[in-house]
Design a protein around this ligand. Structure first.
Ligand SMILES: OC[C@H]1O[C@H](O[C@H]2O[C@H](CO)[C@@H](O)[C@H](O)[C@H]2O)[C@H](O)[C@@H](O)[C@@H]1O
Length: 561
């Protein structure tokens, strides 16, 4: 099994100049708690580690309204020189930190604004946006937190100036729908290159995202590309599919009962399932102050544990949601690493099925039946451990408290999406979803309204897609269409009003349209919304016709294959 190599683990301490100055002790840095801080490879150091107390000074002083701005700023000079200058100047009267930062760093621009021509259709708008969202980072500046990638890629948009792992699958659905197969191929190649280089696919191509991944959609991307380029794709990416599996399962073979290591957990009956994890236990670089303040709100908890759970929450893609909280209204009660998530395990089932298929195509019958067996075991485990018999839906499991977390969330649809559920389980899940999660503007994420972005009243494009596909697999075409069309109407209405597509939507209440909540303002662009919108529009547009706006979709159209 391969270890994550995002950060090189070396025994020799990596002493930085600011550590020698003694400051590490005097200002009681939270980074001190980060178990990996002394062993990070010089090249991939995230800015909070590279700049230490200077990073903390800037973020604590709220020099920028968005904490991600400084995480993405590019040093103009050798960081050691910048730190030394700052140490010298900061005690001087009239020292201006803001000015110092402006002199020593290039700040990320707001990016080019796409202004759609008046009256542009939704389809034309999305097609016009693809080139705006494409980025190149074959070469990156020295000390930039951006990680290089060999080929061009699509970003989500707004403050998200880098590629994101799970977003990319849903963006690719739309790129493929628009005929941009070359970009789809490039993006799969980029992710394969990250698996070769780091042993896993990071949350995004930033040094500060290297310590975690995101929902594992690589095998779904391989499926998508193979649907166009043919079965050779499975064999081409077999080594990287194996590396992806190695990352998620690392440590599984050595686990004791009731124990966990990295991303794997062994239950008391020997069942092995997965959880989200981040290798670091410090405040997130890109949300540094938020995380420091969250930990202060839970004085009885170890700060490092809170930070680890916040980071694992970011790895889940649902950052943040009552799904991970003990108290649904309190972010500081987050316990992501104690939870076995149903969506993560359904995705890993798909990875195992894909490995079985790719191994077979590679004429390796033994490996193929090995992975088929692993997939069967996981399917049984999901239906045993994550199926809530009493409620009649899939839920997450708290392996520390040994209880099912009976909360109904949109993640309940993942076992339908991956065809893990029996027909009767799918029937029951669909009824629960229909009764509790279907809202006027689409599928709501959870039923809890607590100000978090992965909770009510928000609905997210990727989850609409998972619901539509999952329900269609089990003959629930009417419900699938109801969800999809409600979401599409929401997107179209917002587009007609604001001339943009956004990251998330409020699907219920007085303020339907652009969503809110969470720790940063609503972003537009937006990769996965564009992708899912195009895909859903085409799903119900009659064969041979072009639906430019949602109104062009006939009221009773059958789903197009
Ligand atoms: O900066 C805060 C967090 O932002 C990201 O999360 C959100 O945006 C991502 C890109 O669209 C998306 O993948 C994720 O599901 C969203 O919640 C980032 O992924 C986090 O790591 C980061 O802390």
């Amino acid at each position: 099994m391969q270890k994550s190599v995002g950060y090189r683990r070396s025994k020799s301490a990596n002493i930085l100049p600011w550590m020698l100055s003694g400051l590490l002790i005097s200002v009681n840095l939270p980074v001190q708690a980060d178990g990996l801080q002394r062993s990070l490879g010089e090249n991939n150091q995230p800015p909070d580690i590279r700049f230490g107390p200077l990073y903390i000074a800037v973020q604590s002083a709220k020099v920028f309204p968005d904490q991600k701005t400084f995480a993405d700023a590019i040093p103009k000079f050798d960081p050691n020189t910048i730190i030394a200058d700052w140490q010298m100047q900061k005690r001087q009267r009239n020292f201006d930190l803001r000015h110092f930062i402006a002199l020593n760093f290039s700040l990320p621009g707001s990016g080019s604004k796409y202004v759609p021509p008046v009256g542009q259709s939704l389809r034309a708008h999305i097609n016009g946006l693809w080139p705006v969202l494409i980025r190149h980072s074959e070469k990156v500046a020295r000390w930039d937190s951006l990680l290089s990638l060999p080929k061009p890629y699509a970003v989500p948009g707004g403050r998200f100036r880098e590629v994101y792992y799970w977003d990319s699958y849903f963006t690719m659905l739309g790129l493929a729908e628009s005929g941009h197969w070359n970009t789809v191929r490039n993006m799969v190649d980029n992710f394969a290159s990250q698996l070769d280089r780091y042993g896993h696919i990071p949350n995004g191509n930033r040094t500060y995202y290297l310590s975690r991944s995101q929902p594992p959609f690589f095998s779904m991307m391989v499926d998508l590309l193979a649907s166009h380029d043919g079965d050779a794709v499975y064999r081409n990416y077999l080594p990287q599919l194996q590396k992806e599996y190695g990352y998620w399962m690392a440590g599984a073979e050595k686990l004791n009962l009731n124990d966990a290591d990295l991303r794997v957990v062994k239950l008391s009956d020997g069942t092995v399932l997965n959880r989200y994890w981040d290798d670091r236990d410090a405040p997130r670089t890109e949300s540094w102050l938020d995380d420091v303040q969250t930990a202060q709100k839970a004085p009885s908890r170890e700060k490092q544990q809170v930070w680890r759970d916040l980071r694992a929450g970011a790895a889940s893609g649902w950052d943040f949601s009552s799904r991970w909280f003990d108290n649904p209204n309190d972010l500081a009660s987050i316990r992501t690493t104690a939870i076995l998530p149903v969506d993560l395990n359904a995705l890993l089932y798909h990875l195992e099925v894909t490995l079985a298929k790719a191994s077979k195509l590679n004429n390796d019958a033994a490996a193929s039946s090995h992975f088929a067996e692993l997939a069967k075991n996981r399917q049984q485990a999901i239906n045993r451990v994550l199926w809530d018999k009493k409620q009649g839906w899939y839920a997450d499991y708290d392996w520390q408290k040994k209880t099912l977390r009976s909360q109904l969330t949109a993640a309940t649809l993942f076992p339908l999406y991956m065809q893990i559920a029996s027909q009767s389980q799918a029937d029951l899940t669909a009824t629960a979803v229909q009764n509790q999660l279907v809202k006027p503007g689409g599928l709501v994420t959870t039923t809890v309204n607590n100000g978090q972005q992965w909770d009510a009243p928000n609905g997210w494009a990727p989850l609409q897609w998972v619901a539509v596909e999952g329900l269609n697999h089990y003959g629930k075409q009417t419900l699938a269409r109801e969800i999809g069309m409600r979401f599409l109407n929401n997107v179209q209405k917002t587009y007609d009003k604001d001339h943009k597509l956004v990251e998330k939507y409020a699907v219920e209440g007085k303020n339907m349209g652009g969503g809110g909540g969470g720790e940063y303002p609503l972003q537009d662009g937006f990769g996965w919304t564009n992708g899912v919108t195009l895909k859903l529009m085409d799903s119900w547009c009659p064969q041979g016709a072009t639906c430019n706006n949602v109104a062009d979709i006939p009221a009773t159209a059958e789903k197009r294959e």
